[in-house]
Ligand binder design. Structure first.
Ligand code: SAM
Length: 337
C-alpha cells in the first residue's frame, strides 16, 4: 500500500520536492526501514523514466519524549554510502528532519505534504477517556483499565467518544496539511468484530489489569490508584473507522484491510497451538513493557515495574495455555481529492 501510494503521488503530481512524513516514528529500525523503502521506490521510478531531479524531504514525527538523539545517530550510520559508494551517487537527494510534537496538533503548513505514513500509533488516544471518575473518588471502571466484560455501557461510550474525537481531529488536521492528490497510509491496531467487548486488546489489557490487581492484593499497589487508572487506548473495528472517514467528507478511501498476527512477534506459524509457552509469554511481556512503562511509572511509580512484569508474564503464560491469541491490524489508504 505504501508502494502504491508513493508511486501514484509521484506520477500524478510530479513534485520537484516531495514531502513525506512518518507520524509516530519511534526510534527503532522500523523508522529507517520506511525511509529506505521510499527511497528505493523513487530510485526505481527515476530509473524508469521519472524526473531524477526530484528531492525528498522526510519529517520524522513523534512525541517530544521520543529518543530523537538515538534516532539521528542511527540515521548518520544509515546515510553513509556502502563500500562501493553506490548509494551516494544515485538520485534522489533526500533530507531528514525531526518533528517532536503530538500529531493531534497542526504539524505542517497547509497543503505542503505529499504522503503521510503512520504505523502502529493511532490506537493510542490523546488522553484517557473523560468522565470516568463519578464523584468523591468513585471510579466507574473500577479495577479495569480498558474495556472488559464488567465495563458498563456508559464507560464504553466514553472510550468510544475519545476515539471519535481524536480520530476526527487527526483526519481534519492532516487534510489541511496534505496537497491535493496527496495520500495517507495508516496502520494501527483494531478489533476483528463489531462487538466492543471482544477483541485481543481487551484480552491483553485485561491481563495487564489482573496483574495490577494481584499487586493490590500483595500490598504493592494502592486499590484507589488502580481504580483511577485507565489506558488512553482504543481498538476500533473496520466499520467504526469507515464510518468516521465517511462522516468527515474529507478523503476518498482507496483501500481498507485487516490482518492478524500472533501476539508473540517471533511466532510466524499459522498453527493454533503455542509451541513454547514460556518463551512466547516472555516475548509478549517484553514488547508490552516498553509500550506501557511510561504510563505505569507515571501513575504507580517506578518501583512496581519489575513485580508487575513478572506477574503479567505469568498471566500471559496461563492465557496461552488456553488460547493462542492474535492482534488485529487495520491498514488503510486515504486520498485527498
Ligand atoms: C509502537 S510505536 C510505533 C513505532 C513505529 N512507527 C513502528 O511502526 O514500529 C508507537 C509510537 O507512537 C508514538 N505516539 C503515540 N502518540 C503520539 C502522538 N500523539 N503524536 C506523535 N507520536 C505519538 C509513540 O511515542 C511511539 O513512539
Amino acid at each position: 500500500m505504501v508502494e502504491n501510494a508513493i508511486k501514484e503521488v509521484y506520477t500524478a503530481l510530479l513534485p520537484k520536492i516531495m514531502t513525506i512524513a512518518d507520524l509516530g516514528c519511534s526510534a527503532g529500525p522500523n523508522t529507517l526501514l520506511f525511509i529506505s523503502s521510499i527511497i528505493s521506490i523513487i530510485v526505481e521510478q527515476c530509473k524508469s523514466g521519472g524526473d531524477a531531479s526530484v528531492e525528498l524531504q522526510f519529517f520524522l514525527n513523534d512525541l517530544p519524549g521520543n529518543d530523537f538523539n538515538e534516532l539521528f545517530r542511527s540515521i548518520e550510520k544509515f546515510k553513509r554510502p556502502n563500500t562501493t559508494g553506490e548509494m551516494a551517487h544515485l538520485p534522489p537527494l533526500y533530507y531528514i528532519m525531526g518533528l517532536p510534537e503530538s500529531y493531534y496538533n497542526r504539524l505542517f503548513p497547509r497543503e505542503s505534504v505529499h504522503l503521510f505514513h503512520s504505523s502502529y500509533c493511532l490506537h493510542w488516544r490523546s488522553q484517557e477517556p473523560e468522565g470516568l471518575e463519578a464523584w468523591r473518588k468513585t471510579y466507574l471502571n473500577e479495577d479495569n483499565i480498558y474495556i472488559t466484560k464488567t465495563t458498563t455501557p456508559f464507560v464504553v461510550k466514553q472510550f468510544q467518544k475519545q476515539f471519535h474525537k481524536d480520530f476526527s481531529l487527526f483526519l481534519k488536521l492532516r487534510h489541511e496539511e496534505l496537497v491535493h492528490g496527496g495520500q495517507m497510509v495508516l496502520i494501527f491496531l483494531g478489533r476483528k468484530n463489531e462487538d466492543v467487548y471482544s477483541g485481543d486488546l481487551n484480552q491483553l489489557f485485561g491481563l495487564v489489569a489482573r496483574s495490577l490487581q494481584s499487586l493490590v492484593l500483595k500490598g504493592l499497589v494502592d486499590k484507589e490508584k488502580l481504580q483511577s487508572f485507565n489506558l488512553p487506548v482504543y481498538g476500533p473495528s473496520v466499520g467504526e473507522v469507515k464510518e468516521l472517514v465517511m462522516q468527515s467528507h474529507l478523503f476518498n478511501m482507496d483501500l481498507i484491510k485487516q490482518f492478524e498476527m500472533n501476539w508473540d512477534p517471533f511466532d510466524d506459524s499459522e498453527s493454533d497451538d503455542v509451541e513454547d509457552t514460556a518463551r512466547s509469554s516472555m516475548n509478549i511481556a517484553k514488547f508490552t513493557r516498553p509500550a506501557l512503562k511510561s504510563l505505569i511509572v507515571r501513575h504507580f511509580g517506578e518501583t512496581i515495574i519489575d513485580a508487575w512484569f513478572t506477574e503479567f508474564m505469568s498471566l500471559v503464560a496461563e492465557h496461552l495455555e488456553k488460547e493462542k491469541t492474535k492482534f488485529t491490524t487495520i491498514v488503510m489508504s486515504l486520498k485527498k481529492e
